[in-house]
Ligand binder design. Structure first.
Ligand code: FMN
Length: 208
């Protein structure tokens, strides 16, 4: 069983709904388990995440960056960072905010750099921009045109019922892709451990 942990913060429930969509997208891949872990609980005991094959980080964008609740979790992982215990674990991220941009990219970049500091292997969204042509509609998956991770826009005056289906589908697609990547990554790790990895070969110019 390949296990995916979705570590998320949400002040008002919107990002929690998207975290659930990521989990459902991951669990749809046969042989995958997905568990949602609230950032506050993860901050209290980050070692509980050691056993996951992949971690997906998600938070709302507050004041142009990760919410303070998620940053608390980030800072709580410094002991794990020191020992590089999450090195080579698959990582991915998503964020949600009120504005179309709202400076969400800064949040995704911070989540990605956090994973990089841990030596993790980042998996992006892997979907084309769903909002870039004259025929694009708000119903398109990845309508906000993100590559580094999943983005969602929730109107600030509506509850979770106001989150567009397309953004929920985008979050599901991220979970699905992470699960598939984690399966492949795990299989290749098992193959290397069994001595099946091909011998490293370096070629120079002119060599085949
Ligand atoms: C303190 C605070 C700061 C915010 N900053 C931004 C921001 O920089 N950009 C933006 O587009 N929306 C911003 N918002 C709106 C939230 O991102 C939006 O309401 C989001 O859906 C909240 O997600 P949550 O329900 O998971 O907390 C902010 C909201 C709060 C409460």
């Amino acid at each position: 069983m390949t296990s995916i942990g979705i570590v998320y913060h949400s002040g008002f429930g919107h990002t929690a709904a998207l975290a659930r969509a990521v989990a459902e997208g991951a669990a749809a891949v046969p042989g995958t388990s997905a568990r949602m872990v609230f950032a506050e609980d993860a901050a209290a005991d980050p070692a509980q995440l050691d056993g996951f094959d992949a971690l997906v980080f998600g938070c709302p964008t507050y004041m142009a960056g990760p919410s303070a609740g998620f940053k608390e979790f980030i800072d709580a992982t410094s002991g794990i960072w020191l020992k590089q215990r999450w090195k080579d674990k698959i990582g991915a991220g998503f964020t949600n905010s009120g504005g179309y941009s709202g400076d969400k990219l800064n949040t995704l970049v911070q989540l990605m750099l956090f994973a990089m500091q841990h030596g993790m292997v980042w998996v992006g969204l892997g979907l084309p921009d769903g909002g870039s042509s004259s025929t694009s509609t708000a119903d398109n998956v990845n309508r906000l045109g993100s590559y580094a991770g999943a983005m969602a826009k929730s109107d600030v005056d509506l509850g979770i019922e106001g989150i567009p289906e397309s953004d929920v589908a985008t979050a599901e697609a991220l979970g699905n892709r992470v699960a598939l990547a984690a399966h492949r990554w795990r299989q290749s790790g098992e193959a290397s451990a069994n001595g099946c990895a091909s011998a490293p070969r370096v070629t120079e110019r002119g060599e085949q």
